[in-house]
Design a protein around this ligand. Structure first.
Ligand SMILES: Cc1ncc(C[n+]2csc(CCOP(=O)(O)OP(=O)(O)O)c2C)c(N)n1
Ligand SMILES: [Mg+2]
Length: 332
C-alpha cells in the first residue's frame, strides 16, 4: 500500500519516521524492562498505531495542547516528549514527568502541551473541550486536540463534549484511534456503526476517515483540521483506522483476536510503509533507516540508564502535589 509523500518536506518526513521508530522502540524497551523488574504497573502498548500519534503530534504547533489516554506513549513522543523523563516516570523515579508518582497512565507536561494521559476512558475529551473554550474566550490562537479510542466514542462524555464543541464551534480536534478493540470487545460488538467519524454530523461539524497507518495522510488531515480550528471554523473529528498489535495490556492473552488478523495488519506496518516510501523517493537509503534505528536505540539505552540511576520519591514527599482537603482544612 503506497504512502503518498507529495507536498511534504524531506526534513519533516525524516523526523516523522524517527519519531515513529522512537515510539515503537520506547515501548518495546519498556516492555522488556518491565519483565526484568525496572517498571511496576501496567503498560498499554500502542505498537502498530504509531502513525496516528506522530502524524497528529507533528501537525500541532508548540502552543497547542492535547489530552491523551491509557495508551499514550506515542501521543507524548509525537509532540516531542522526552523519553528519559518518560522512562523514569514508568520506573517510578523522582526524575520522571510526574516525579514518579503517576506512571504510564498519568503522564502530564503542561510545558509540552500535554494536559495529561488519563486512566478514565473518554476522560480526556471534555478536558480538551474545556481547554478549547478557554482559548476561545481569551482569544488565543491555540487549538486543543483530544486522542481517544473507539471504545471511548461510546461513552457519554464523548457525546457531551462533542455536542458543546459543535454548538460553540470551539478550536478542538478530536482524534479517534479506532484500533478495532476496546479491551477484549471487537468494535462491531460495541457500536452499531463501523465508521465513528459519522458521529460528527450529529454535532454539526466535519468527520473525516483516514488510513491510521499512513503517517503523511494523518499529518495532512490533522493539519487541515488544526488550520480550520484556528480560523474559527470549529471542530473536526478524525477517525484513524488502525490496529493494536499487542494485547490491551502487556500480559493480555488476546484470545479474542481471530487467527491471521494480526499478520494481516502487520503487512500494513506504518513504519515499514513510510520507510519504503522514503527509499522509493530517494529521500533516505536503507542504510539511513538503519542509522535512525541505531541512534534511537542508543537514546533509549541512555533513557533506561537515567531511570536506573534516579532515586525513587521519598515517603515524606507523598503529599506534595495533593490538593484535596478535609472539612477541617487538613490537606491529605
Ligand atoms: C470510564 C471507564 N470505563 C472502563 C474502563 C476500563 N477500560 C480501560 S481501557 C478500556 C478500553 C478502551 O478502549 P478504547 O477506547 O478503544 O481504547 P484502546 O484501549 O483500544 O486504546 C476499558 C473499558 C476505564 N478505565 N474507564
Ligand atoms: Mg480501541
Amino acid at each position: 500500500m503506497i504512502v503518498d509523500l507529495t507536498g511534504l518536506a524531506p526534513d519533516l518526513l525524516k523526523e516523522m519516521y524517527r519519531r515513529m521508530v522512537l515510539v515503537r522502540e520506547f515501548e518495546l524497551r519498556a516492555i522488556a524492562e518491565r519483565r526484568i523488574g525496572l517498571i511496576p504497573g501496567f503498560i498499554h502498548a500502542s505498537i502498530g498505531q504509531e502513525a496516528s500519534a506522530v502524524g497528529v503530534g507533528m501537525a500541532m504547533r508548540a502552543e497547542d495542547v492535547f489530552t491523551s489516554t491509557h495508551r499514550g506513549h506515542g501521543h507524548l513522543i509525537g509532540k516531542g516528549g522526552d523519553v528519559a523523563r518518560m522512562m523514569a516516570e514508568l520506573a517510578a523515579r523522582s526524575t520522571g514527568y510526574c516525579g514518579g508518582r503517576g506512571g504510564s497512565l498519568h503522564i502530564a507536561d503542561f510545558a509540552l502541551g500535554s494536559l495529561g494521559a488519563n486512566g478514565i476512558v473518554a476522560g480526556g475529551i471534555p478536558i480538551a473541550v474545556g481547554a478549547a473554550l478557554a482559548f476561545a474566550m481569551r482569544g488565543e490562537d491555540r487549538v486543543a486536540v483530544s486522542f481517544f479510542g473507539d471504545g471511548a466514542a461510546n461513552e457519554g462524555a464523548f457525546h457531551e463534549a462533542l455536542n458543546l464543541a459543535g454548538l460553540w464551534r470551539l478550536p478542538v480536534v478530536f482524534i479517534c484511534e479506532n484500533n478495532l478493540y476496546g479491551e477484549g470487545t471487537p468494535q462491531h460488538k460495541q457500536a452499531p456503526i463501523a465508521d465513528l467519524a459519522l458521529r460528527a454530523e450529529s454535532y454539526a461539524f466535519r468527520g473525516v476517515i483516514v488510513d491510521g497507518n499512513d503517517a503523511p495522510a494523518v499529518y495532512r488531515a490533522a493539519s487541515e483540521a488544526l488550520s480550520q480550528a484556528r480560523q474559527g471554523l470549529g471542530p473536526t473529528l478524525i477517525e484513524c483506522k488502525t490496529y493494536r498489535w499487542h494485547g490491551h495490556y502487556e500480559g493480555d492473552p488476546q484470545v479474542y483476536k481471530p487467527a491471521g488478523e494480526l499478520q494481516e495488519w502487520q503487512q500494513r506496518c506504518p513504519i515499514v510503509r513510510l520507510g519504503a516510501a522514503l527509499i522509493a523517493t530517494n529521500i533516505l537509503s536503507e542504510a539511513d533507516l538503519e542509522a535512525i534505528r541505531q541512534s534511537v536505540r542508543a537514546q533509549l539505552d541512555e533513557a533506561v540508564a537515567y531511570a536506573r540511576r534516579s532515586p525513587h520519591p521519598q515517603p515524606e514527599e507523598a503529599l506534595a502535589g495533593v490538593y484535596a482537603e478535609t472539612h477541617n482544612g487538613k490537606v491529605f
